[in-house]
Design a protein around this ligand. Structure first.
Ligand SMILES: *[C@@H]1O[C@H](CO)[C@@H](O)[C@H](O)[C@H]1NC(C)=O
Ligand SMILES: *[C@@H]1O[C@H](CO)[C@@H](O)[C@H](O)[C@H]1NC(C)=O
Ligand SMILES: *[C@@H]1O[C@H](CO)[C@@H](O)[C@H](O)[C@H]1NC(C)=O
Ligand SMILES: *[C@@H]1O[C@H](CO)[C@@H](O)[C@H](O)[C@H]1NC(C)=O
Ligand SMILES: *[C@@H]1O[C@H](CO)[C@@H](O)[C@H](O)[C@H]1NC(C)=O
Ligand SMILES: *[C@@H]1O[C@H](CO)[C@@H](O)[C@H](O)[C@H]1NC(C)=O
Length: 660
């Protein structure tokens, strides 16, 4: 992952023989295999030259879809504290990528997807499922940052072998044989060097390519493994031990095993496993045919002639109902989908007092602290989440809990109105929770969006199915718009980083009154609430944590960040997320597909996410919240006994952070 150029050079020599004649199809060697070496996958991928029709199609779609994205001019240069982190002029980068020579389509894909990642915006991503996660590449050694006696070290996770011996049961013996190592002996080992350098150099190098979060410290945290709330709890391997592209073959680690005194240097191979959604193949042409072209859900549809094909909605546990499909969402797209790797039973909290799936309530041994562990704001259907959240909080209260921990580790968002609902029911009614429990927002107001709204006003959306239909939105003063409201007129003209831009008027909240009646009184007081996560809380999770922290000064605890850094309790705020296929549905439904400003259909198996509305700030209400600070109250040092052990962590945090 760090010596990309070197690994590409190595591959070039695999694909072409010395006299320049093309070698046999390298995809044959991996066809029908479950586990293969990353170099073999890379050789297959690198055997596809860049087809200019495909390049031009991808750049056209991506470029034109960016006119619906709110943030690209802000992302040319973000203000402090993100000035060092976010500074990409995506329009000129796309020009560069349109002209640059690439040895293969993979090289083109890596450049384009990583360039988009440099926006550090988990809503705004470009993926090609031909490559991204069609094989997942793993290391058997997830790492964690552990602090004991005031000293922080990077270690192979103490639970590493417990996790990998179960998840990789079909490969572990072979893997150990290839490496000549007994993996079990390395669980908990101190990592002194990674590829001959300070391990934090590898952590920091990864921050340059991982994307998703503005803050450097949050991108550092992506390197490490963590738990994922659920029934059962699962495990995120972290960026070191799970790659979405097969670009790294092995890593050289200098470690001290538990119980040893002397360090040793070992070479650990990565192994690639075929993705669960990858269509089986036998050679290059069948791999391409099955995995590298647009599918039924890649592009949008005209809703006036056919029902919506269920679009790509990542991370949804239950099948989503058609009613819920239309609710405004704010959720990030993960680079590698979170898989179902199990958290070892010894670490998994048991016996929740209520909830289900990724929405669970626990009561701690102190008999005073209740915990809401929430994996996302889309753990179930909307109505079920409203009911479960309220019932669970009320039960904690009636069971005598006076304090509340809300654990939103790895919570990537979901329904916007569930974030508003949770804020409102915990805190009770007050001017910061009624009627607006989230953030006012604005949409981008470029010509193509204006043409869509013009068409809707003229009657192009008789069944009121489209996102741009005014019926979905309200002015900042709470006035409901109608299908006839031209809410993008007049545009609000702004100059951002020297570029002329235009946005909608300020939009107010669209969640209240809720369809369920919230209680009249507060359930937990702000001084008795603590927010806990690993920094990887985005989108609707951002809307929830930001309103709690900034309006009520609620304590936020970020677990495991680098010693001496100030952590951010959230990032990738957005306001509402969307994607190319949704924009394409709007365009097709109002008859604008032939307009030169409309993106064409993808011919590739691609996904493009966007930030579609951007929330206004709380501290500075004139500017987006996106690039304002979200400094956590506490950077929590994690001792070995609390590593990926939610219950131990909650007990320790409860006893140290609550005042009484
Ligand atoms: C490039 O891709 C297009 C679209 O799939 C296809 O029609 C064309 O034949 C391809 N060109 C080559 C040289 O493979
Ligand atoms: C992107 O689109 C704009 C306007 O539609 C156009 O001027 C520009 O050349 C396009 N850029 C690329 C790289 O295609
Ligand atoms: C991992 O497995 C070892 C050996 O079976 C066991 O002693 C240890 O408690 C397990 N650790 C976890 C975290 O499950
Ligand atoms: C509310 O805002 C809308 C549009 O921004 C405006 O037309 C309307 O007059 C305002 N209503 C009130 C009561 O201020
Ligand atoms: C917010 O809480 C912190 C401690 O958590 C305290 O130091 C600070 O003074 C509080 N700020 C306000 C405005 O109450
Ligand atoms: C686009 O233009 C083509 C040719 O001009 C026409 O046949 C087609 O019906 C148009 N499509 C739409 C959706 O307007």
């Amino acid at each position: 992952m760090y010596s990309l150029l070197r690994s590409f050079a190595a591959i070039a020599s695999l694909v072409y023989s010395a006299n320049g004649a093309p070698a046999a199809d390298p995809c044959v060697a991996i066809g029908g295999q479950k586990w293969v070496a990353p170099a073999a996958v890379r050789a297959c991928f690198q055997s596809f030259p860049l087809n200019e029709t495909r390049r031009s199609n991808v750049i056209d779609v991506v470029n034109k879809t960016f006119s619906f994205q709110t943030s690209i001019n802000y992302q040319i240069q973000a203000p402090p504290p993100f000035a060092q982190d976010v500074h990409v002029d995506i329009a000129s980068e796309l020009k560069r990528i349109r002209a640059q020579k690439y040895a293969s389509e993979l090289d083109f894909h890596v450049d384009l997807s990583r360039t988009v990642k440099r926006l550090q915006d988990g809503h705004t991503v470009y993926q090609d499922l031909c490559y991204d996660s069609s094989f997942l590449t793993f290391l058997p050694f997830p790492v964690v940052a552990v602090t004991e006696n005031g000293l922080q070290t990077i270690r192979i996770a103490p639970e590493a072998f417990n996790v990998t011996s179960v998840e990789f049961a079909d490969e572990i013996a072979q893997w150990q044989q290839i490496s000549g190592l007994n993996f079990a002996q390395y669980s908990g080992a101190f990592v002194l060097l990674i590829n001959g350098q300070d391990p934090w150099d590898a952590v920091n190098a990864n921050t340059q390519i991982t994307g998703s979060f503005q803050a450097f410290t949050t991108r550092q945290n992506k390197f490490f493994s963590s738990y994922i709330i659920g029934t059962p709890f699962t495990y995120r391997m972290g960026d070191f031990a799970q790659l979405s592209l097969p670009l790294t073959d092995s890593v050289v680690l200098t470690v001290i095993r538990p119980g040893r005194i002397l360090p040793e240097t070992i070479t650990v191979p990565y192994r690639s496993r075929i993705g669960s959604a990858t269509v089986a193949f036998t050679d290059g042409p069948s791999f391409r045919a099955g995995n590298c072209f647009a599918t039924a859900s890649t592009n949008g549809v005209n809703l006036n002639d056919q029902a919506l094909v269920q679009p790509f909605v990542q991370g949804f546990q239950p099948p989503i109902s058609s009613k819920d499909l239309r609710r405004p969402m704010n959720a990030i797209i993960n680079e590698a989908p979170l898989t179902d790797i199990a958290l070892p039973p010894t670490l998994s909290p048991i016996n929740p007092v209520s909830g289900s799936g990724g929405l669970l309530f626990f009561e701690l041994d102190d008999k005073k602290t209740g915990v809401l562990a929430l994996a996302s704001f889309q753990t179930a259907g909307f109505d079920q989440m409203e009911t479960q959240l309220l019932a669970g909080l009320q039960q904690l209260k009636s069971d005598g809990m006076t304090r509340l921990i809300v654990d939103v580790t790895n919570n990537g968002g979901g329904f916007i109105c569930i974030a508003h609902w949770l804020h409102r029911i915990i805190i009770g009614p007050n001017p910061d929770s009624v009627p607006q429990a989230g953030l006012d927002t604005k949409a981008r107001d470029q010509e193509i969006a204006r043409l869509i709204v013009d068409a809707i006003v003229a009657g192009a959306d008789p069944q009121e199915q489209l996102l741009y239909n005014g019926v979905n939105w309200r002015s900042a003063n709470g006035t409901n718009f109608t299908p006839q409201t031209n809410w993008l007129e007049p545009p609000v003209d702004l100059t951002i980083n020297g570029h002329a831009d235009a946005f909608s008027q300020r939009l107010g909240q669209e969640c209240q009154p809720f369809d369920m009646t919230p209680p009249d009184t507060q359930i937990f007081a702000p001084q008795n609430i603590v927010l806990v996560n690993n920094g990887l809380c985005a989108s609707s999770c951002a809307l929830f944590t930001i309103t709690l922290s900034k309006h009520y000064n609620i304590t936020s605890v970020v677990v495991g960040g680098q010693q001496g850094t100030v952590q951010q309790y959230t990032g990738t705020v957005g306001g509402q997320s969307s994607d190319f296929s949704t924009m394409d549905t709007e365009v097709k439904s109002v008859g604008l597909k032939n307009n030169s400003l409309a993106p064409p259909d993808f011919i590739t198996n691609s996904i493009q996410g966007i930030t579609w509305r951007l929330g206004f700030g709380i501290d500075d209400p004139t500017q987006p919240e996106e690039w304002q600070e979200h400094f956590a109250t506490i950077n929590w040092p994690v001792p070995a006994a609390q590593v990926n052990n939610p219950k131990a962590l909650w007990n320790a945090i409860a006893s140290k952070t609550f005042k009484s």
